[in-house]
Design a protein around this ligand. Structure first.
Ligand code: NAG
Length: 154
């Protein structure tokens, strides 16, 4: 869709020798806004995901696969069944890292709400209907780590 809010991003995390083995946050914790993200790094670790108990787990790089991430709009479409995963990037003192991420997003005018088929019998919708444009303008107000879906909950 030519109107879709999709993009490809390339991130470069240069090595930081002055860290002397300590880790530094290269990209702060956040969830991705779009529907789905497809990531690949150049064989270098650094990506971490937040588990349900709040601990961070490293995602090892795999040259034979893509890392597919559920993003906020997917959480809404599935009524919370698929969770948008918080993640961050840590940088190291020695290894430079390059990552490429495709973010698949809807057009700005697209209305988003949980799919009726996923509500189940008598299930209630956790989110009110909103447009992608509304969501995007709300993201500019909050900080990176903010849970942006809160304001769209029923
Ligand atoms: C990743 O990319 C950086 C920057 O181009 C490069 O210096 C580094 O050697 C690459 N790492 C691997 C494992 O290919």
């Amino acid at each position: 869709d030519a109107e879709s809010d999709s993009m490809l991003r390339v991130n470069h995390y240069p090595p930081r020798p002055e860290l002397q083995g300590r880790l530094l946050t290269g990209f702060g914790e956040h969830t991705d806004p779009q529907v789905i993200s497809v990531l690949r790094s150049n064989g270098t670790s650094g990506l971490e995901i937040c588990a349900r108990d709040g601990s961070w787990a490293a995602v090892p790089p795999d040259p034979d696969s893509f890392f597919v991430n559920v993003a906020d709009a997917m959480q809404v479409l599935t009524n919370g069944r698929f969770r948008s995963v918080r993640h961050r990037v840590v940088v190291s003192s020695e290894r430079p890292r390059v990552s490429m991420i495709f973010f698949g997003g809807p057009p700005f005018g697209q209305r988003l709400a949980p799919l009726r088929q996923l509500l189940g019998d008598g299930g209630r919708s956790r989110y009110r209907e909103f447009t992608w444009k509304e969501y995007k303008s709300s993201t500019h107000k909050g900080r990176l780590a903010t849970d942006r879906l809160c304001s769209f909950e029923n």
